[in-house]
Design a protein around this ligand. Structure first.
Ligand code: ASP
Length: 322
C-alpha cells in the first residue's frame, strides 16, 4: 500500500455471526501478510485515536489490541471502568456519546453484557460520529477477534478447515470464545464437537451446527485440534455446575494421559487465562502439542487486520491473497 488514505466508514466488528466466509478469509489473509511481511506494515493509522474501553479485566486482549494499534501508528487511549465516570453511575449510552464527541477512530470495548458493543455503536452514531466499534468480548455472547486469531492459528497447521474436526471442551455455557469460534468454524466448513459437563454445555448450540459429545475422550481421539476452555468461576451463580474440581478434571480436563490419546498431528489450544491443573494439565499446556503461545502471537496480527478493516484503510481489500 503506497497511498495512505483513511476513510471512516463504520466498519464495526460486533461479532462473527454477521460476517461472511469471504469477510473472514479477507481478514485472515491480511493478518497473515501483516505478520509475515513486516515491510507491508505502514503507519496507516498515524494520528488516529484508538480507545480501549474495558469494563472487564483483560491482559492479552487489551495489550494485543494496543500493540496492534500502535504498530499501525495509532495513538492509544485506555479507559478502565474502575477509573472512569462509570464509577459515578454514567451509563454506557452517555459514555458512548461523550467519547464520540471527541472523534476517535476506533473504540474497542469489552463488557460483561451481551450486546454492549451494539449499544455503544448506536450511541456513537446518535451524535453523528463515524468511529468503528470493535467487540473485545461481550458477556457470554461473542469474542470475534479471539475466533479470528484462533482460525489463523488453526490454518497455520491445517491447510483448510473444510471437513476438519475441531473439539471445544469445557465451560461452553459462559464462553463467548466458544460461540464466536462455532460461528467461524462452521462458516469455514469445519465440524465442531462440543464437550463438557451437561450443566455447562447448552443444547441451544446444536442448531448452530455443533454436535454435543458426552464423552470427551471421543472428541480427543478424533479431533484435529482441541480448544480447552477455562472454567469461568466468576460467572457462576447458584448450585455448583459440577460436584468437585477433581471430578471435573478427571472427567473433562485435558490430563497428560488423555492428551496421549490425541491423533499424532493433533494440537491443543486455549484462549487463556488457563486454570492450570483444572481444565488443562501444565505438562500439556507447555508441551509440544500446545500452540497457546502461537495463538497469542497471532492475536496481534489478527487485530491489526481488524483495525485496518475498521478504518476502511484505502487499498485494504486489494491486497488479499485468498
Ligand atoms: N480470555 C477469554 C475471554 O475473555 C477467555 C476466558 O476468559 O476464559 O473470553
Amino acid at each position: 500500500m503506497s497511498t495512505v488514505l483513511l476513510r471512516r466508514a463504520n466498519q464495526h466488528l460486533l461479532g462473527i455471526e454477521t460476517l461472511s466466509a469471504l469477510d473472514i478469509r479477507q481478514i485472515l489473509a491480511r493478518a497473515r501478510i501483516l505478520r509475515d511481511a513486516p515491510e507491508q506494515v505502514h503507519g496507516v493509522m498515524a494520528g488516529v485515536p484508538v480507545i480501549t474501553l474495558f469494563y472487564e479485566s483483560s491482559t492479552r486482549t487489551r495489550v494485543s489490541f494496543e500493540m496492534a494499534a500502535q504498530k499501525l501508528g495509532a495513538s492509544t487511549i485506555s479507559i478502565s471502568a474502575s477509573s472512569s465516570s462509570v464509577t459515578k453511575g454514567e451509563s454506557l449510552w452517555d459514555t458512548g456519546r461523550t467519547l464520540a464527541s471527541m472523534d476517535p477512530g476506533v473504540i474497542i470495548i469489552r463488557h460483561s453484557s451481551p450486546g454492549a458493543p451494539q449499544l455503544l455503536a448506536e450511541a456513537m452514531e446518535s451524535v453523528g460520529n463515524g468511529a468503528a466499534v470493535v467487540n473485545a468480548g461481550d458477556g457470554a455472547h461473542e469474542h470475534p477477534t479471539q475466533a479470528l486469531l484462533d482460525a489463523l492459528t488453526l490454518l497455520d497447521r491445517l491447510d483448510s478447515l473444510e471437513g476438519r474436526t475441531i473439539g471445544i471442551i469445557g465451560d461452553i455455557a459462559h464462553s463467548r470464545v466458544a460461540r464466536s469460534n462455532l460461528f467461524l468454524l462452521r462458516k469455514l466448513g469445519a465440524r465442531v464437537l462440543l464437550g463438557g459437563p451437561r450443566s455447562l454445555v447448552p443444547k441451544t448450540l446444536e442448531p448452530l451446527g455443533a454436535r454435543i459429545v458426552r464423552d470427551v475422550d471421543e472428541i480427543i481421539e478424533v479431533a484435529d485440534a482441541v480448544m480447552m476452555l477455562r472454567v469461568q468461576f466468576e460467572r457462576m451463580q447458584g448450585p455448583p455446575a459440577f460436584p468437585s474440581l477433581s471430578d471435573y478434571t478427571r472427567t473433562y480436563g485435558l490430563t497428560a494421559a488423555r492428551a496421549r490419546r490425541m491423533p499424532p498431528q493433533a494440537f491443543v489450544m486455549h484462549p487463556g487465562p488457563m486454570n492450570r491443573g483444572i481444565e488443562i494439565d501444565p505438562e500439556v499446556a507447555d508441551g509440544p502439542t500446545s500452540v497457546v503461545a502461537h495463538q497469542v502471537r497471532n492475536g496481534v496480527a489478527a487485530r491489526m487486520a481488524v483495525l485496518e478493516r475498521a478504518m476502511d484503510v484505502d487499498g485494504w481489500s486489494s491486497s488479499k491473497d485468498l
